[in-house]
Design a protein. Structure first.
Length: 289
């Protein structure tokens, strides 16, 4: 049973990263046929409806957290919903994934992790692997504009804030309830955007496009639950394990789309994997009451 308890957070994290690595591609395909606000409304409303049975439980514990904690969760969630999806339209999936891979260090610093010499070496190896990945996957693409870069960075900082704040929510809510809260925020915010924009246009929509939006909406609560569970059970692994997202995205492209695994890509995989293991193992988690 102890062996299963150890491996479950890893499995949960891998499920999360697989969903996240697939989202940019799905979103780009859907946004070619529906407006941004329509996509958000459909995706997040489905997630909110899916978690509706847990509404009473989430309301019951609301007073046990400060208004500042709630404000950070709401603001960061709304920024993630809009800014990240907007950024996906402006940049390639490769740039999107690589920039977001800066999140683990910021999260670890805010949670007061200490980096040993070996952890720093692992971090440098990971950064080197990400550089190789970026060069290989984006060599033929055009660089994005400053506005798009700022959008990606804003989304990244919002994700850092979200990750740090849910560690406080763990003291009050279980993972299902946290997932429900985030789903409600997403549903209400995206619905408000949809109504305010008044853009109900659908361009060349098809059943595959609708199916992709529905699947991403249903999978959203699953990814949030898995991430919350992994953060609770294996915090360091979950923080630094986010560096594996480009690897998963690369393998999805290889298995599903027949992308070529170049020497640069294989080198990037090796560096990111070894570096992630090192920084996870040798970083020092702070003692918390």
């Amino acid at each position: 049973m102890n062996g299963l308890a150890r491996i479950l957070p890893l499995i949960s994290l891998l499920v999360t990263l697989t969903i996240w690595a697939s989202v940019p591609t799905v979103a780009k395909a859907a946004l070619a046929h529906v407006s941004l606000v329509t996509y958000l409304m459909l995706r997040y409303t489905l997630a909110g409806l899916f978690m509706l049975p847990y509404l009473k439980q989430t309301v019951a514990g609301a007073s046990r957290l400060s208004w500042r904690s709630w404000a950070v969760l709401v603001v960061s969630s709304c920024m993630i919903i809009y800014v990240q999806t907007w950024a996906i339209q402006q940049v390639t999936a490769s740039w999107y994934i690589v920039v977001f891979s800066s999140c683990p260090v910021l999260i670890a610093l805010l949670l007061r992790y200490r980096f040993t010499t070996r952890a720093v070496a692992g971090l440098l190896a990971t950064v080197g692997g990400l550089a190789l990945y970026l060069q290989d996957s984006h060599a033929a693409g055009a660089p994005f504009q400053l506005g798009a870069l700022l959008g990606v960075l804003t989304g990244m900082l919002a994700w850092v804030a979200y990750t740090v704040i849910i560690t406080r929510f763990h003291a009050v809510y279980n993972d299902t309830q946290i997932t429900a809260i985030c789903s409600y925020i997403g549903a209400l915010f995206s619905l408000m955007l949809f109504i305010a924009a008044g853009d109900y246009s659908v361009r060349q929509a098809s059943w595959p496009v609708a199916g992709a939006i529905i699947v991403s909406g249903v999978l959203m609560p699953l990814s949030l639950w898995c991430y919350s569970y992994s953060m609770r059970k294996a915090e360091a692994l979950t923080i630094f394990g986010q560096y594996l997202e480009p690897l998963i995205g690369l393998f999805i492209a290889f298995l599903v789309f027949g992308a070529e695994l170049t020497a640069f890509a294989c080198g990037a995989v090796a560096l990111i994997l070894c570096g992630t293991i090192a920084v996870t193992r040798y970083s020092v988690k702070p003692v918390r009451p």
